[in-house]
Ligand binder design. Structure first.
Ligand SMILES: NC(=O)c1ccc[n+]([C@@H]2O[C@H](COP(=O)([O-])OP(=O)(O)OC[C@H]3O[C@@H](n4cnc5c(N)ncnc54)[C@H](O)[C@@H]3O)[C@@H](O)[C@H]2O)c1
Ligand SMILES: [Zn+2]
Ligand SMILES: [Zn+2]
Length: 392
């Protein structure tokens, strides 16, 4: 089959690789019909390179049709139309039964000290072949799927793999009070969807980014937008907009590739240039994250408010202003999106109609062969690119 593979820093290519096969009774193979590129893939493309291996298949936002199953896949049958959650989880362990499939105790990547494995997401998350390919082996398939009905286009459902549940969780974890205000930092696919969900829940939404098209995408939907590049003191601007107090909640949908903290960018660059055996420890322990967005969130959230991190961070010794966090009594919530925790709440909203505008959410629909160009375009944010769906 054809698959998009990691070949080196900022280098991906479509290669012919062996078809996946059933290895465990709980496996299924799906033929992929739509598969997306995610902001998280950009971390593998560049800063998380030390954890990648040449030939790794990328991708964790696929959907398709089941073409083969093992003997223990429960009610999952050949011919079923399914969206595949980005994390692999069993559905029956202590964590899964408490709505935390990202921490699944059956599948945790224990040799790396990490939670549930993620498709196509480096050795940190189990080095599982990903879904930017023609076919995908789905482990723990009895639980690692969301069945969707026929009759509507893939675009209606494909974001259940990651963007919708992640953004939904970001807003849930933000604990916005009724009628309250939430600032969403970063208006890539995750922040964009978080704005839509927060609006759906009736909150006042303020969105921040520095890319004109991304700001415009929210402005036309009624979000109050702020261009990062136009304001020296964003915290002050937002306080002025919120009775001098600051917003109840801030969703950080930026993560470790934030613009605006050059010192950390330098370290990140240096780590990226080092040989793997040096770069890994440096990356994991030396606070190489760019913390610009998080610092902004800490500054702007009101006292006693909540910061919900959905942007991915990766350092093990990041310097944090604990005095401020403690004194302002800030609640900090975070984590990978627990897809199956939220999918049952979201799916009915997609079946009733297009509640979140997902049918037209993508800016680019391309073939798998065009994926290398798409990665470049998405990283450089050219051609108005916000979300790419690939059709293998
Ligand atoms: N928690 C999860 O389960 C989960 C799932 C998917 C993605 N993510 C993470 O969410 C983040 C966003 O993903 P995405 O797909 O939307 O990617 P993206 O890279 O397209 O979005 C990031 C956006 O943040 C903007 N930005 C950069 N610095 C900023 C700053 N200082 N202030 C405000 N905006 C800033 C960028 O211009 C960009 O539009 C990434 O870190 C990604 O890894 C997390
Ligand atoms: Zn994703
Ligand atoms: Zn489990």
């Amino acid at each position: 089959m054809r698959a998009l593979t990691w070949q080196g820093k900022k280098k991906v290519s479509v290669e012919e690789v062996p078809d996946p096969t059933i290895q465990e009774p709980t496996d299924a193979i799906i033929k992929i019909t739509t598969t997306n590129i995610c902001g998280s893939d950009l971390h593998l493309y560049e800063p998380l390179s030390p954890f990648m291996h040449k030939g790794d298949i990328l991708g964790h936002e696929p959907m398709g049709i089941v073409v083969e199953t093992g003997t223990e896949t429960g009610d999952l049958k050949v011919g079923d139309r399914v969206v595949i959650p980005f994390q692999i989880a069993c559905g029956h362990c202590w964590m899964c039964t408490r709505g935390l499939p990202t921490q699944c105790e059956t599948t945790q990547v224990r040799d790396q000290g990490m939670g549930a494995p993620i498709f196509g997401y480096s050795e940190l998350y189990g080095q599982v072949p990903g879904g930017q390919a023609e076919f995908l082996r789905v482990p723990q398939a009895q639980f690692t799927h969301v069945k969707v009905p026929d009759g509507l286009p893939d675009e209606r459902f494909v974001y259940l793999s990651d963007v919708l549940p992640t953004a939904w969780q970001a807003v849930e974890y933000a604990h916005v009070p009724d009628g309250g205000t939430v600032v969403v930092l970063g208006l890539g696919p995750i922040g964009d969807m978080a704005c839509r969900i927060a609006q759906h829940k009736g909150y006042r939404v303020i969105g921040v980014d520095l890319v004109a098209e991304r700001l415009q995408r929210q402005r036309v939907r009624g979000v109050e937008v702020l261009d990062l590049t136009e304001h020296e003191d964003l915290g002050e601007v937002v306080r002025e907009m919120t009775d001098g107090r600051g917003p109840d909640s801030v969703v950080d949908a930026v993560g470790l590739e934030a613009h605006g903290s050059p010192v950390n960018k330098t370290v990140q660059k240096i780590a990226g240039l080092l040989p793997d055996f040096v770069a890994k420890p440096v990356f994991e322990t030396a606070g190489v994250d760019r913390l610009g967005a998080l610092y902004t969130a800490i500054d702007m959230v009101r006292r006693g408010g909540t910061i919900s991190l959905s942007g991915v961070y990766g350092g093990m010794a990041d310097p944090l202003p604990m005095l401020t966090i403690f004194d302002k009594q800030i609640n900090l919530t975070m984590g990978q999106g627990n897809v199956k925790r939220w999918a049952p709440e979201i799916l009915p909203l997609l079946l009733e109609g297009d509640a979140f505008g997902v049918d037209t959410f993508h800016t680019h629909s391309l073939s798998l062969d065009e994926a290398p160009d798409a990665y470049r375009m998405f990283q450089e944010k050219t051609d108005g690119c916000v979300k790419v769906v690939l059709k293998p």
